[in-house]
Design a binder for this molecule. Structure first.
Ligand code: FES
Ligand code: FES
Length: 193
């Protein structure tokens, strides 16, 4: 008798039922009681210069908060798992991928999104440079590219083309607008010096 012949129809149905029940358990495997035990927390953040108070589910990402609750949709959701850089924003002046940053951890922080980069009607030098050098095609990655580049220039890590490529390697452009992006950062770096 083979191994498969040893499984009866009744046994197989029982096995399928067990597997289906297991698959119905939510990710994380928590009980209903455990799931409802999460408690919202109060978070005060300054977003693009405006003090903002929010009540946050501890699982809520900064990306979802800025897009869905603050209507700052310039920040894009690409992969939602820290691999593309499309969601890059600044927290206390440092670039972060907002899809992996929990809002609840940001009490007291200052967040800057692409909407906060320009000075009123005056574009940031990087925004002008991306236009000058066609540093975009579809534009989906562009806000993340610009936010990363702004931090890289601020940190003085854009001294050579090689360094720019290395520092910007976490920002993926599916349209391959890389030559324009590089030229734009080069121009903005020079302007900001
Ligand atoms: Fe955050 Fe891709 S959406 S890194
Ligand atoms: Fe289309 Fe970069 S411009 S993904």
């Amino acid at each position: 008798m083979t191994q498969h012949e040893g499984i009866t129809r009744r046994g197989l149905l029982g096995l399928v039922g067990t597997t289906a029940a297991a698959a119905a358990v939510p990710l994380g495997g928590g009980s209903a009681a455990a799931r409802t035990a999460t408690t919202d927390v109060a978070v005060r953040v300054t977003v693009n210069g405006t003090a903002t108070s929010l009540t946050a589910d501890p699982r809520e990402t900064l990306l979802d908060a800025v897009r869905e609750r603050l209507a700052l949709t310039g920040t894009k959701k690409g992969c939602d798992r820290g691999q593309c850089g499309a969601c890059t924003v600044h927290v206390d002046g440092r670039r972060v991928v907002s899809c992996l940053t929990l809002l609840a951890t940001l009490d007291g922080a200052a967040v800057t999104t692409i909407e906060g980069l320009a000075d009123g009607d005056r574009l940031h030098p990087l925004q002008r440079a991306f236009i000058d050098h066609d540093g975009l095609q579809c534009g989906f990655c562009t806000s993340g590219q610009i936010m990363s580049a702004a931090a890289v220039i601020e940190e003085d890590r854009a001294r050579t083309d090689e360094e720019i490529r290395e520092q910007m390697s976490g920002n993926i452009c599916r349209c391959s607008a890389y030559p324009g992006i590089l030229a734009a950062i080069r121009q903005a770096r020079t302007e900001e010096r």
